[in-house]
Design a protein around this ligand. Structure first.
Ligand SMILES: Nc1ncnc2c1ncn2[C@@H]1O[C@H](COP(=O)(O)OP(=O)(O)OP(=O)(O)O)[C@@H](O)[C@H]1O
Length: 249
C-alpha cells in the first residue's frame, strides 16, 4: 500500500462568518502529483494555505508526514517546514539579488554549509530547471517562463520531499507551460517528490496529474485518479475537462 503523506480531515473554514470550506477531507499518497481543481473562488488557495499552517485550523485536522500541523511546537516546526517546498504563483524572487543569490537564500538561512557547497547546490538546481546560464542574471533580466523555473529551483533547493505549487503555470505560453510540467514530472520521477498543485490548466493536468481533487463551492465534489476524473459524472468537473480541452473530451 502507498504511504499517505497528507491527510486532511473535516476541514471547515469561515472568514467573517462566511463559510468558505465545508467538511473538506482528502488524502495524498507518496509520489503522487495531486491537483486541486475548481472554479475561481471555490476555495483552492484557502485549502493550500491551511495545509501550510498559515491559518489556525478550525475545525478539522491536517496531518502531513504523520504530524498534525496544529500540534507543531517551535522545536519541531523548523525541521518540519524544511520538508515542504512552496512554489507560489508569482514566484516572487528578490529583484536586488541575482538568480543564484535568490536560490541560495534558504540554504544560507537554514544551514551552515560553506559557500562553495552552496554554489554547487545552486548550480545543480539551476541545471535541473535548464537555467545554467542565468546564474549571474537578475530577475528583471529573465522572461516569465524563466522566472517561474528560477522560482521552482528556489522552492526545491532544500530537496523537500513534498512540494506545494499555487498556479505555477499561470500566464505561461503553451510551450513554457509544457516545459514546466516536464520539470515537475522529473521532480517526481527522479527525486521521488510528492507534489500538490492548485491549477486551472487542464492541458497540464492531463499531462502530469495522478490524482484530481475537485473543489466546488467549498466542498470536495470529487476525489480520484485522473482517469476517474475524466469519466466522472460530476457536471461541474465534466464541464472543466470539456471546456479546458476545447470540447474534445
Ligand atoms: N483572508 C481572507 N479573508 C476573507 N475572505 C477570504 C480570505 N481568503 C479568501 N477569502 C475568500 O474565500 C473564497 C475562496 O478564496 P480562494 O482564494 O481560496 O479561492 P480559489 O479557489 O483559490 O480562487 P482562484 O482560483 O480565483 O485563486 C473567496 O470568496 C475569497 O474572497
Amino acid at each position: 500500500m502507498q504511504e499517505k503523506i497528507i491527510d486532511v480531515k473535516n476541514l471547515s473554514v469561515s472568514f467573517d462568518e462566511r463559510q468558505i470550506l465545508e467538511d473538506v477531507s482528502f488524502s495524498v499518497n507518496q509520489g503522487e502529483i495531486a491537483v486541486i481543481l475548481g472554479e475561481s473562488g471555490s476555495g483552492k488557495s484557502t485549502i493550500l494555505k491551511h495545509m501550510l499552517g498559515l491559518f489556525p485550523l478550525a475545525p478539522g485536522t491536517v496531518t502531513i508526514f504523520g504530524q498534525d500541523i496544529a500540534e507543531l511546537d517551535e522545536d519541531i516546526a523548523m525541521k518540519f517546514y524544511r520538508k515542504l517546498g512552496v512554489f507560489y504563483q508569482n514566484g516572487a524572487l528578490l529583484n536586488s539579488l541575482t538568480v543564484a543569490e535568490n536560490i541560495a537564500l534558504p540554504l544560507e538561512q537554514h544551514t551552515d554549509l560553506p559557500a562553495d557547497i552552496i554554489e554547487d547546490l545552486v548550480r545543480t538546481k539551476l541545471s535541473l530547471v535548464n537555467l545554467n546560464h542565468a546564474f549571474h542574471l537578475y530577475p528583471s533580466q529573465l522572461s516569465g517562463g524563466m522566472l517561474k523555473r528560477a522560482a521552482l529551483a528556489r522552492a526545491i533547493i532544500m530537496d523537500p520531499p513534498l512540494l506545494f505549487c499555487d498556479e505555477p503555470g499561470a500566464g505561461l505560453d503553451p510551450v513554457s507551460l509544457a516545459t514546466l510540467d516536464e520539470l515537475i514530472l522529473n521532480l517526481r520521477d527522479q527525486l521521488g517528490m510528492t507534489v500538490v498543485m492548485v491549477t486551472h490548466e487542464v492541458t497540464s493536468i492531463l499531462r502530469i496529474a495522478n490524482k484530481v481533487i475537485f473543489v466546488n463551492k467549498g466542498r470536495i465534489a470529487f476525489e480520484g485518479s485522473l482517469e476517474e476524473a475524466q469519466i466522472s459524472d460530476v457536471p461541474e468537473l465534466r464541464a472543466f475537462f470539456r471546456v479546458g480541452t476545447g470540447g474534445k473530451k
